[in-house]
Design a protein around this ligand. Structure first.
Ligand code: NAD
Length: 296
């Protein structure tokens, strides 16, 4: 069993850290929130109280970060990390951050003597709690193999996507595709209804025809056909529009640098920005349906 320093016990991190505790690891939870640290202790973990820099990390084998954005990860990696973290301790960043930032942080860590991988996740809070996340991992093959046993405790699919930063590449490309397919699915259901075809009938046909997609069959944005989908609870997330927009903006940033044309990805970002401007970015990303219907 290993000693793990887990930084970021929010919506996702709390469930992930709890699964590591359940697997028998000694997990020191670190968060700005006293309440979240207390909740982690109540589930059998330990707490990093006081400044992270002063924490005695001499026994730590792996540091896992699950933080809101790249600037938070950079601050931890470059400034706030426990000072006596031993060389050779593995750094696993599960946050969704920019590709170039992940590459810079990963390579910088390796140069300082810390094996490091970027390992962003697909799957929301429920998957984090159930230990069924998908991990997309970037980094050297030997660092991926070091990370794998920890990731397998928190997820059901663990993929090595290639060199440092490639986990983030997989993540932004996947989510850009998801956004585009969700908006297309909303348009199709809305048009079908306006033309007199009810959602269930259109679903029965299209889900077995060439229009089928995950957005339709697992997350149908029209209420009715998929009972567990957020559309049946007035688009409460799920996966919030704000989160999707964050990922689409990351995709736009990297696309520009790579001179890759992403006309539909950019358009999807604009559509979700309309939801943000209407102060509705707390709705699930399938809530584009409300935007199309004029009921946002
Ligand atoms: P969150 O805001 O709920 O959690 C982040 C936590 O980090 C907060 O509890 C915050 O207090 C803590 N934190 C911030 N700065 C810190 C610091 N310096 N030291 C210690 N703790 C600090 O966010 P989340 O929903 O858990 O998402 C985390 C990451 O996972 C994001 O990068 C997000 O894009 C990604 N993600 C989220 C989902 C989702 O459905 N929520 C799905 C896939 C990926």
């Amino acid at each position: 069993m290993s000693t793990i320093l887990f930084i970021g016990l929010g919506n996702m991190g709390s469930g992930m850290a709890a699964n590591l505790v359940k697997a028998g690891h000694d997990v020191y939870g670190c968060d700005l929130s006293d309440d979240l640290r207390a909740a982690h202790v109540a589930k059998g973990g330990n707490s990093v109280d006081g400044a992270l820099k002063d924490f005695d990390a001499s026994a730590v084998d792996a540091v896992i970060t699950m933080l809101p954005a790249g600037k938070h990860v950079a601050k931890i990696y470059m400034e706030d990390m426990a000072q006596n973290l031993k060389k050779g301790s593995l750094l696993i960043d599960c946050s969704t951050i920019a590709v170039d930032e992940a590459r810079a942080l990963g390579q910088g860590a390796v140069e300082r003597g810390y094996p490091a991988v970027d390992a962003p996740v697909s799957g929301g809070v429920a998957a984090a709690e159930a230990g069924t996340l998908t991990f997309m991992v970037g980094g050297a093959a030997e660092h991926f193999e070091m990370a794998r046993p920890f990731l397998e405790v928190m997820g059901k699919n663990v993929f090595h996507a290639g060199a440092s930063g490639n986990g983030q590449v997989a993540k932004v490309c996947n989510n850009m595709l998801l956004a585009i397919s969700m908006i297309g699915t909303c348009e199709a259901f809305n048009l079908a209804e306006k033309l007199g075809l009810d959602a269930q009938t259109f679903y029965d046909i299209s889900s077995t025809a060439s229009g089928q997609s995950w957005s339709m069959t697992s997350y149908c944005p029209a209420p009715g056909p998929v009972p567990a989908a957020p559309s049946n609870r007035d688009y409460q997330p799920g996966f919030a529009t704000a989160m999707m927009l964050k990922d689409l903006r990351l995709a736009q940033g990297v696309a520009e640098g790579a001179k890759a044309s992403i006309p539909l990805g950019s358009h999807a970002a604009q559509i979700y920005t309309m939801m943000e401007a209407a102060d509705k970015d707390d709705l699930d990303f399938s809530g584009v349906m409300k935007l199309l219907k004029g009921t946002l």
